[in-house]
Ligand binder design. Structure first.
Ligand SMILES: *[C@@H]1O[C@H](CO)[C@@H](O)[C@H](O)[C@H]1NC(C)=O
Ligand SMILES: *[C@@H]1O[C@H](CO)[C@@H](O)[C@H](O)[C@H]1NC(C)=O
Ligand SMILES: *[C@@H]1O[C@H](CO)[C@@H](O)[C@H](O)[C@H]1NC(C)=O
Ligand SMILES: *[C@@H]1O[C@H](CO)[C@@H](O)[C@H](O)[C@H]1NC(C)=O
Ligand SMILES: *[C@@H]1O[C@H](CO)[C@@H](O)[C@H](O)[C@H]1NC(C)=O
Ligand SMILES: *[C@@H]1O[C@H](CO)[C@@H](O)[C@H](O)[C@H]1NC(C)=O
Ligand SMILES: [Ca+2]
Length: 440
């Protein structure tokens, strides 16, 4: 056996033992380097070869310096990465234990300390706990729902007798529900973001509590403005609404939108009752739905307007309530704040607060000799008749004649007479509500 070959062999063995991960091409480079070096190797026999077995030879190698290709430096990095990975795995394990403990804590608080000893593998135990927690929360939620329904029943009777405003009690139940929702979701988020059984948990999401309006979706972390399904009154129907999750922190349930004239607002009582248009563009949500939403929580109203010069102003009212159909959807609006001016309480003679809803086919206004809705081709809470009318006709530019366009009487320059009697309208209008006590 030639020495050079032996040298090559030993270096290959060395390379193979220490650097199992190295690619073939790199080992070949090792060989090339090793062959160049002078090499004194001793080969001694240590006895007889056994039959069919191995021969006891001993190979003594001199100190060997290998010029390793630079790629070997990466092995150190790989080791570091493995170390990091180990730490991450340890952290994950710890996290899961924390998570488990927290689940226990919360479950205990929720059910007055009914503790089930932990058994089985870690993932399975955590899984069971989440499942228990879910069922506890669902039970609590249905209890609350029942309580809420009873309260609603009572509320209805009391409302009839004109005795008490149950808003405080409703708010109390609401805040409890919000609290519960918050706890469930924070737990859910914690478990599913870091623990190993991530996918199982995600594929079996906690059955969420009732979302009464857009602020509840905001509370659970929804941040995109789009349509969501809400149930303001658990014993009544649920329906789609458009949520504005951007303006002033978000959480707004939009009840009206104007932006291109694609929807006709000269409509009947029935149309305004149930709503019409396209939630993503121009629409009226519907007076029944607006009633349910404003009844379920104490709401504030925000109105956003933009004129054709690109001026954007807003009006904010710290209270907003629309009564039911029996009371002709009478509007209640609170104190004004904002930049667009308080056109809803314009003056003693033009005041939309506490007015009934009027449509071209249903005259509930305060104008004795005609129907404001017919005159201004709109459904609105007319006085006799308007200092504001956001459901007026959509004009793409200035117009003449009856002031039946979208109108906000306190807009800068709005009441000036333009040459030729032209009147200005609005490019965009939007009305939306949010619970008064909501903190984005
Ligand atoms: C590795 O060697 C093979 C042939 O031995 C060659 O085709 C390939 O390009 C080489 N790879 C690198 C990264 O040098
Ligand atoms: C939920 O209620 C608990 C105690 O009743 C309270 O400590 C906690 O701050 C509440 N959480 C929220 C989000 O309201
Ligand atoms: C609004 O509708 C009524 C019928 O309900 C119609 O008489 C009137 O001309 C319409 N107004 C406009 C501006 O289209
Ligand atoms: C649902 O709400 C509408 C609108 O307020 C109301 O007319 C109706 O009676 C309610 N239905 C129930 C079952 O409460
Ligand atoms: C109006 O709203 C602004 C911002 O929300 C607030 O700082 C201000 O105190 C409010 N003013 C009144 C009179 O409510
Ligand atoms: C326009 O309205 C303002 C109050 O908002 C009033 O002071 C002014 O006199 C009005 N101008 C005209 C021309 O009516
Ligand atoms: Ca009238």
């Amino acid at each position: 056996m030639r020495l050079a070959n032996l040298c090559w062999l030993s270096s290959v063995v060395l390379a193979a033992q220490s650097f199992l991960v190295v690619a073939n091409n790199e080992t070949e480079e090792v060989r090339d380097e090793a062959v160049k070096d002078a090499c004194s190797v001793r080969l001694e026999s240590r006895g007889k070869c056994e039959e069919g077995g191995e021969c006891p030879f001993q190979v003594s190698l001199p100190p060997l310096t290998l010029q390793l290709p630079k790629q070997f430096g990466r092995i150190e990095e790989v080791f570091k990465e493995v170390q990091n990975l180990k730490e991450i795995v340890n952290n994950l394990k710890k996290c899961c234990q924390d998570c488990k403990l927290q689940a226990d804590d919360n479950r205990d608080r929720g059910t007055n300390g009914r503790l089930v000893p932990g058994t089985g593998a870690l993932g399975e135990a955590a899984d069971n706990r989440v499942r228990e927690l879910e069922s506890d929360v669902n039970k609590l939620s249905s209890d609350l729902k029942n309580a809420k329904e009873e309260i609603d029943g009572l509320h209805g009777r009391l409302e009839k007798m004109n005795l008490v405003n149950m808003n405080n009690i409703e708010n109390y139940v609401d805040s409890k529900m919000a609290n519960l929702t918050f706890v469930v979701n924070s737990l859910d988020g914690k478990c599913s973001s870091k623990c190993p059984s991530q996918e199982q948990i995600q594929s079996r999401p906690v059955q969420h509590l009732i979302y009464k309006d857009c602020s509840d979706y905001h509370t659970i972390g929804k941040r995109s403005s789009e349509t969501y399904r809400v149930t303001p009154d658990p014993k009544n129907s649920s329906f789609e609404v458009y949520c504005d999750m951007e303006t002033m922190g978000g959480g707004w349930t939009v009840l009206q939108g104007r932006l291109d004239g694609s929807t006709n607002f000269n409509r009947t009582w029935q149309d305004y009752k149930v709503g019409f248009g396209n939630l993503r563009r121009e629409f009226w949500l519907g007076n029944d739905k607006i009633h349910l939403l404003t009844k379920s929580k104490e709401m504030i109203l925000r109105i956003d307007l933009e004129d054709f010069n690109g001026v954007k102003l807003y009006a904010l009212y710290d209270h907003f309530y629309v009564a039911n159909e029996f009371l002709k959807y009478r509007i209640h609006i609170g104190n004004y704040n904002g930049t667009a001016g308080d056109a809803l309480h314009f003056s003693k003679h033009y005041n939309h607060d506490m007015k009934f809803f009027t449509t071209p086919d249903r005259d509930n206004d305060r104008y004795p000799s005609g129907n404001c809705g017919l005159f201004y081709s709109s459904g609105w809470w007319f006085d006799a008749c308007i200092s504001a009318n956001l459901n007026g006709k959509y004009y793409h530019q200035k117009y003449r004649g009856v002031r039946n366009g979208i109108f906000w009487g306190t807009w800068p320059g709005m009441n000036e007479t333009h040459p030729g009697g032209y009147k200005s309208s609005f490019k965009e209008a939007k009305m939306m509500m949010r619970p008064k006590h909501f903190k984005p």
